[in-house]
Design a protein around this ligand. Structure first.
Ligand code: PLP
Length: 424
């Protein structure tokens, strides 16, 4: 029996005994039935955004056809219904991440806005010239630039927690970076480029032993890892709905109540106030203090629907399936030869970054695209990671619950074809 045929039988065995029925799941995602340039779409750009299940699409249509009205400010039926949908979504998120209270759940338009909100308010309240922040070397730009904008402009110094060539943070360096001037530690739960799942529990314990709060960027973890903010004991957490099968334009800033109470609002406007006069304005209770203007109330409901969908399948089943896909894809990419993989941590989410040696990542991505395979190329908003490895970008394939082993095979055939075309 050939090795390839043996692999095929193993995959079939796994699929038959997997709790998830992948074909049934794929039927929930109408976009996946498309052909691109005549080929069935292979969508492997899930770290950028996930596709939406029919239940989320149905909810959006239902909201606009039956409930559409602005929230909080109306006494009429539709407004009350829309408010109920919005606030129930908040309760769903509270349960999903096991926050202590609904007041700790702030709706934002995504992780980026969540981190900007925190960076602005935290810097205004707590940062003085000469203070220090620790940010990991593998952060997305959205966990670097807001701190540069607000904390650095108040005279703070950013210290970097480095990672090794496998893509694992050098946690033994954290203690040495901490001083009495350290005000916050910012770290991603999972890297969107390397796939590394960081030991955030250990980072939080170390920071807390010095009374330093920790922000966890969960944009790439929420869809793969069960997160319990109380168990984790993180002080702040950011996430994006569109990465976990909800609409774009909705996200969450979680913050422990004691911090959110103390922090000043980020934006001013409607909904975030108690009373306004030209002499003095008072702010609304949590969490509305941080939700100025008309929120994305439709998006909030879509997040509720998406989280229900994930709960129905089971995050642990999704993670197990994705882990198998990653293992299979990594092994098959390694077998091709002449390919460098970036990110070889022991604990990874389903992200595979690589380059065909001697080929530009854009060229590889373009060839894969013409074969109907959607991957992302470039820096993935993590230029410090590129600087670490001395490269201009990578090709990134990222897997979600609806991807199949056959799709990995299509990716491998595409990479082989690109290699033949691009490398002499
Ligand atoms: N953090 C990480 C690790 C990400 O991967 C991303 C997006 O890719 C973000 C933050 C920003 O998320 P958004 O663009 O949804 O605000």
């Amino acid at each position: 029996m050939s090795a390839e045929f043996f692999c095929y039988l193993c995959r079939k065995f796994f699929q038959n005994f997997s709790i998830m029925n992948i074909q049934q799941i794929r039927n929930d995602f109408p976009i996946l039935t498309q052909k691109i340039y005549g080929y069935p779409l292979v969508y492997l750009d899930n770290a950028a955004t996930t596709q939406k299940p029919q239940c989320v699409l149905d909810y959006i249509m239902k909201f606009y056809t039956e409930y559409n009205s602005n929230i909080h400010r109306g006494v009429h039926f539709l407004s009350e219904k829309a408010t109920e949908i919005y606030e129930n979504a908040r309760l769903k998120v509270k349960e999903f991440i096991n926050a202590k209270s609904r007041t700790e759940i702030v709706f934002t338009k995504g992780s980026t806005e969540a981190i900007n909100t925190l960076a602005y308010s935290f810097s205004l309240k707590y940062i003085n010239p000469g203070d220090e922040l620790i940010i990991s070397e593998m952060e997305h730009h959205s966990d670097i630039v807001p701190w540069q904008l607000y904390a650095q402009s108040k005279g703070a110094i950013i210290k970097v927690l480095p990672f090794d060539n496998n893509g694992e943070l050098l946690l033994n360096k954290l203690e040495n970076l901490i001083t009495e001037k350290t005000k916050i530690v910012c770290v991603t739960f999972a890297s969107n480029t390397l796939g590394t799942v960081n030991d955030v529990e250990k980072i939080i314990k170390t920071a807390h032993s010095h009374q330093i709060p920790v922000l966890v960027d969960a944009a790439q973890a929420i869809q793969h890892v069960k997160i319990d903010v109380q168990k984790l004991d993180c002080d702040f957490l950011a996430l994006s709905g569109h990465k976990i099968y909800a609409e774009t334009g909705i996200g969450i800033l979680y913050g422990k109540e004691k911090f959110l109470e103390e922090l000043p609002p980020y934006q001013g406007g409607g909904d975030m106030i108690k009373n306004v006069s030209f002499l003095k304005t008072t702010y609304a209770e949590l969490p509305l203090k941080f939700e100025a203007g008309t929120s994305n109330f439709v998006g909030a409901g879509s997040l509720h629907t998406a989280l229900d969908y994930v709960d129905k399948i089971g995050l642990e089943n999704i993670a197990a399936h994705e882990a198998e896909l990653l293992k299979y894809a990594t092994q098959r990419v390694e077998e091709i030869g002449g390919i460098t993989i970036y990110g070889k941590a022991k604990n990874k989410v389903s992200v595979l970054s690589f380059n065909i040696n001697g080929a530009h990542h854009y060229d590889t991505g373009m060839i894969l695209d013409k074969l109907g395979i959607a991957v992302r190329t470039g820096t993935h908003c993590t230029e410090p990671i590129m600087q670490h490895f001395g490269i201009t970008g990578t090709v990134r394939a990222s897997f979600a619950l609806y991807n199949t082993f056959e799709e990995v095979d299509r990716l491998i055939e595409g990479i082989k074809r690109a290699k033949k075309m691009l490398v002499q």
